[in-house]
Each structure stands twice: as structure tokens, then as C-alpha cells.
Design a protein around this ligand. Structure first.
Ligand code: MTE
Length: 325
């Protein structure tokens, strides 16, 4: 794992500078022919409920006029490994600069398990920019331009067996990097580290589910989950786990951090649903954060599945969404 800390004797020179990092990725892509133009080339648009087709239209283009500012996206964060405060992760993550040597362990019900470097994964997938709504369970929201690739591309590379019914993700567990993981960091309140999340295999394969490597056309900053984080736009933000080091294919539903900690408040599915309130607050509306005023702000109605019902509602046919919240 290549993480640079203040105290590292390796110093700043061991970090791949941003420009070189992106150049290298462009090089890998042009070499493998995986991406024809650039990471921000026109993407893929959903033409019906399930099928993605090549098109010149980018997914989320219609949201461009609603984008939250880059400053807001990178300075109002939930990343408990750094802090429970929203503004602190951007300060505390300054020295967290993982590079493309970052490894992701793939395990469980899969034909090709192993440790994959991010660089290797990126040489085999198509990255694109997508603009998605992000709705936190705390009832604030943003509109974010991610760079990333469909998780289903990685899934087809590692070939899950027919027994794989769920996918479990874990964040790096290293209290030296993440002070919030130190014992007693939040007093008596604690989370079971490492942060874990899970999806059904159908959710993981859905074309809207991406692994993001960048935001606003730049590599992900630490506070947004560098170097690789999940983005599942129709679910509450806590499902979109950051700084992933492990992806495991399982037969059983995996344990997810918030569901384990407070099962009556945070479900495994966590689909955005204005009709199912959190036990302590309403989910009918959300505070849309667009600029530096952070809290000065528009309250807007929350949409079922965060506005992606047309694409994903069929995944939950016959499921009681009040029970499986
Ligand atoms: N992943 C980890 N590892 N730790 C966290 O505390 N917070 C989640 C999610 N992923 C979190 C995490 C929550 S509650 C939200 S709303 C989103 O990250 C916020 O993502 P952002 O900071 O990029 O907006």
C-alpha cells in the first residue's frame, strides 16, 4: 500500500504527482486501447431500464446546471475515519495520497481471486465522467461529477461463481492513516472498523453502480475516498463506501457497518425513499448544498430512488420497501 504520511521517510517524492498519475493512466489506456479518447470522453447513456448503450450523451448531463461547487464537494464530507465533523476530513486527509499501486483484494465466490493493483484494474476498464445526485441519509444532498467505471466491468474480469449472491466492500483499516479508527477516538461512541458495505449481485452489476477514481476531473482527494470508492446513486450516501481495499463475493448477505451499529435506523438496502422516514427525522425533503454557504439553502422534495426509479425500481419488485429499508 503506498500511502504517504507526514512522518514517512520516503517524503513527498514517493507520491506520483497528479499530472504524471493522469498521464500514466492515459498512456495505459491508449496502450491497451481500453479507452479511445480520454477519461472524460462521452459516456454511456441508459436507453431503457437495464441496458446501457454507447451514445454521445453523458449520463447525468441533464444535471450539469445543478452541480454542487468543487469546493463544497471536497470540503463538506462524511468520512468518520478522519472525523465526525463535515469540514475536518478535507484538512485531516491532506497527507493521505494513495497512488495507483494501491491494492484491492478480491476474494470469496470468484474464479479469479487475488490482490489487484488499481493500476492493473484501470488498464482493463473504461473510465468516464458521470454526474449523479448524492443523497445522504442525514437529509442533505449534492450533485457531483464523478470519474469512474461501472463496477460490472470489474466483476466480469474476476468472474464470480454462480454462488455469488452479494458483494461486500471494506475500507482500509489502518489507525495510523485514519485517526478515527483509533480506540476511543469518538469517546464511548465507536464504529466497528473497518467500514464495510454490501450490495446484492444484481445491484452491483447495475450499470449505474460505479467505482469512482476522480471528482471534478481530478483524482479523488483523500476526503472523498481516494483512490477508489463506490458510488450507488439511488441509495443513501452511506452505502458509497470510500478507500476500498477489499471486495468479497458471498453467498450470504454481508454485514454493513451502519446496519450493524444501528439496525433500526439504517437498513441493508438503504434505497432513497421519501415515504420511509428515519426514526429521528423525515426523509420527505432534502437540503441541497450547492455552494460555499453550505447551509444557506434550498429544501427540495426527495425523489424515490433519488430520481433513478426508472432505472432501478425493477430490482425491488415484490419487496416490501418499508420492511427492507
Ligand atoms: N465511507 C467510509 N469508509 N467512511 C465513512 O464515514 N461515509 C459515508 C460514505 N462513505 C463514509 C463512507 C456517507 S454517510 C456519505 S453521505 C458519503 O460517504 C459521503 O461522501 P462524500 O464525502 O464524498 O460526499
Amino acid at each position: 500500500m503506498a500511502i504517504v504520511r507526514k512522518s514517512d521517510s520516503l517524503g513527498e517524492t514517493s507520491v506520483t504527482p497528479e499530472a504524471i498519475f493522469w498521464k500514466r493512466r492515459e498512456f495505459i489506456k491508449s496502450f491497451t486501447g481500453a479507452l479511445s479518447v480520454s477519461a472524460l470522453a462521452p459516456g454511456i447513456v441508459l436507453s431503457d431500464n437495464t441496458v446501457a448503450q454507447k451514445s454521445s450523451k453523458m449520463i447525468g448531463e441533464e444535471l450539469r446546471g445543478e452541480l454542487s461547487s468543487e469546493f463544497v464537494v471536497t470540503h463538506h464530507n462524511n468520512f468518520y475515519e478522519f472525523s465526525t465533523d463535515k469540514q475536518e476530513p478535507s484538512r485531516k486527509a491532506r497527507n493521505f495520497k494513495p497512488d495507483s499501486n494501491w491494492k484491492i483484494n478480491i476474494s470469496g465466490e470468484v474464479d479469479k481471486p487475488g490482490d489487484y493493483t488499481l493500476e492493473r484494474i484501470l488498464s482493463r476498464v473504461n473510465e468516464e465522467e458521470r454526474i449523479y445526485r448524492l443523497r445522504c441519509v442525514e437529509a442533505w444532498s449534492m450533485v457531483v461529477p464523478w470519474t469512474g467505471f461501472e463496477l460490472n466491468q470489474l466483476i466480469s474480469l474476476v468472474k464470480p461463481t454462480s454462488k455469488a449472491k452479494f458483494v461486500e466492500f471494506k475500507t482500509l483499516h489502518d489507525p495510523e492513516v485514519f485517526p478515527g479508527q483509533k480506540r476511543g477516538a469518538f469517546g464511548s461512541y465507536t464504529l466497528p472498523w473497518p467500514y464495510s458495505e454490501g450490495l446484492t449481485i444484481q445491484e452491483a452489476n447495475h450499470p449505474l453502480t460505479i467505482l469512482a477514481t476522480g471528482v471534478y476531473g481530478k483524482p479523488l482527494p483523500g476526503q472523498n475516498g481516494a483512490p477508489l470508492r463506490l458510488v450507488v446513486p439511488w441509495k443513501y450516501g452511506f452505502k458509497s463506501i470510500k478507500s476500498i481495499v477489499s471486495i468479497r463475493f458471498t453467498q450470504e448477505q454481508p454485514v454493513s457497518t451502519w446496519n450493524e451499529r444501528l439496525p433500526n435506523e439504517y437498513g441493508f438496502y438503504a434505497n432513497v425513499n421519501p415515504k420511509v422516514d428515519h426514526p429521528r427525522w423525515s426523509q420527505a425533503t432534502e437540503r441541497r448544498i450547492t455552494d460555499e454557504s453550505f447551509f444557506g439553502v434550498k429544501r427540495i422534495p426527495t425523489k424515490p430512488f433519488n430520481g433513478y426509479a426508472g432505472e432501478v425500481a425493477h430490482l425491488y419488485k415484490g419487496l416490501d420497501l418499508r420492511k427492507f429499508f
